[in-house]
Design a protein around this ligand. Structure first.
Ligand SMILES: [Ca+2]
Ligand SMILES: [Ca+2]
Length: 218
């Protein structure tokens, strides 16, 4: 209890201290999330490891100038990225959790969750910049290493994947593919998969070895 109390005091004092130190900047060190639009039907929301498809515009908080617009890139196609694994800046990883397809958000991201003291010259972001993102999320899909996929492959449900189970899964996946693949190709993929993922070399892929994103549900 005493430790907890001290921690609370510490964060309280630290909060006052940083608030005074940053009078000019409004941001306390957290990502602010403003939901601009949330669809009525929202059956699934984004989680760590999901593959997201979104458009976003980025602005500098200090003067509102736009430094990024996904609509002007890649022929206007929305961006795909995996959530929560550091493919995007930390502020986006945090601010895009629990979003449903069709939702729009505005995020205010302090420098410590964006490009920090260094800034990002290539992206025209100055040091210590607070960023504002306007996001429209189109799709949330299970990432390649999702819990669901693991369970689907693990036919005997012993929480590890044998070569037979993976080979069976690959065969089905390849059958869905439009281009037929021969057996040697499948074997090569399987061998390569084990070489890269069976880190303790026991001939099975454990949930931990499979799940590069360390889902906590497994
Ligand atoms: Ca198994
Ligand atoms: Ca293993």
């Amino acid at each position: 209890m005493r430790v907890l109390f001290r921690l609370i005091v510490f964060f309280y004092v630290w909060g006052i201290f940083t608030a005074q130190g940053q009078k000019a900047e409004e941001s306390t060190e957290e990502v602010k999330i403003e939901v601009l639009h949330r669809p009525e039907n929202c059956s699934k929301t984004s989680k760590k490891g999901d593959l997201l498809n979104a458009h976003y515009d980025g602005f500098l908080a200090k003067d509102g100038s736009k430094f990024y617009c996904s609509r002007t890139q890649n022929e206007g196609h929305p961006k795909w990225f995996v959530l929560g694994v550091g493919q995007v800046i930390k502020g986006l990883d945090i601010g895009m959790m629990d979003m449903c397809p069709g939702e729009k958000r505005k995020l205010i991201i302090p420098p410590s969750f964006a490009y920090g003291k260094e800034g990002y010259a290539e992206g025209k972001i100055p040091p210590d910049a607070t960023l504002i993102f306007e996001i429209e999320l189109y799709a949330v899909t299970k990432g390649p290493r999702s819990v669901e996929t693991f369970k689907q492959i693990d036919v005997d449900n012993d929480r590890q994947l044998s070569k037979t189970e993976i080979s069976h899964y690959l065969k089905k996946e390849f059958e869905k593919d439009e281009k037929p693949r021969d057996k040697s190709y499948q074997t090569a993929v399987l061998e390569d998969f084990f070489k890269k993922n069976d880190r303790d070399g026991d001939g099975f892929i454990s949930s931990k070895e499979y799940n590069v994103y360390q889902h906590d549900e497994l």
